[in-house]
Write a protein that binds this ligand. Sequence first.
Ligand SMILES: Nc1nc2c(c(=O)[nH]1)N(C=O)[C@@H](CNc1ccc(C(=O)N[C@@H](CCC(=O)O)C(=O)O)cc1)CN2
Ligand SMILES: Nc1ncnc2c1ncn2[C@@H]1O[C@H](COP(=O)(O)OP(=O)(O)OP(=O)(O)O)[C@@H](O)[C@H]1O
Length: 183
Amino acid sequence: MTEKKLLRKEMRNEIARKINLDFTCDHLEACLKAWTSFKNKTVALYCADPQELDLLSLFPESQILLPRFKEVTKLYDFSLWSGKKEDLREGPFGILEPRKLEELDVIDFCFIPGIAFDRVGNRLGRGGGFYDRLLAKYAIGTKVGVCHDFQLLGKIPKEEHDYVMDFLLSPSGLIKCDRKQII
Ligand SMILES: Nc1nc2c(c(=O)[nH]1)N(C=O)[C@@H](CNc1ccc(C(=O)N[C@@H](CCC(=O)O)C(=O)O)cc1)CN2
Ligand SMILES: Nc1ncnc2c1ncn2[C@@H]1O[C@H](COP(=O)(O)OP(=O)(O)OP(=O)(O)O)[C@@H](O)[C@H]1O
C-alpha cells in the first residue's frame, strides 16, 4: 500500500473513532469575519458530511459555488448555488449538489475539505483525485483547507498533481501555510 493510502486508512479509522464526539465550532464564524470580508465574493464551498465542518451558512453575502458531478466526464465541476435547499439534489457518494450546472471562471475563495492536512498546506483527500482536477480547471484566488484540529498532521506525502493550500481553517483558528517548512 502506498504511503498516502496507508495514511488515508489510518485517518479514516481515527475519524470513525471521533465521530460521536461533540465538536464545538462556535469560533469559526468570528474567525472568518476577523480575517476578511466575503461580501460579493465568489466562494466555493461543499455540502458537508457528518464528519466534516459545515460552513454553508457562514457566507450570506457571497455567491456560493458547490461541487457538482458530471456523468459524462465522471468528474466534478463547481456550479453556482442559489442558497435554496430545493435547488440541491443528491449526487454520487450521497453528497448534495446543485441541480443545475452554472459555472464561473473566477473563484475568489475555495474552501476544501480534507481527511488530513499538514501545516505546509499539503492535503490528503478521499482518494478520488477530484479536488486536484477541480482546482486545475478554474482561476482560484485563495485556497483554504478545512478540517478538525486532530486532522492537522506533521507531514503528508505530496505527489506531483497535488495542489497546496494557502490557509488552513480548523475549530481552533486560521493558519497561514508556511511553505518554507518544506525544507
Ligand atoms: N463534502 C464533500 N464533498 C466533496 C468532497 C469531499 O471530500 N467532501 N470531495 C472531495 O474530493 C469530492 C467527492 N469526492 C469523493 C471521493 C471519493 C469518494 C469515495 O471513494 N467514497 C467511498 C467511501 C469512502 C468514504 O467514506 O469517504 C465510496 O463511496 O465507496 C467519495 C467522494 C467532491 N465533493
Ligand atoms: N490533475 C490530475 N490529473 C489526473 N489524475 C489525477 C489528477 N489529480 C489526481 N489524479 C489521480 O487521482 C487519484 C487520487 O489522487 P489523490 O490521492 O491525490 O486523491 P485526493 O486528492 O486525496 O482525493 P479527493 O480530491 O477526491 O479528495 C490518483 O490516482 C491520481 O493519480
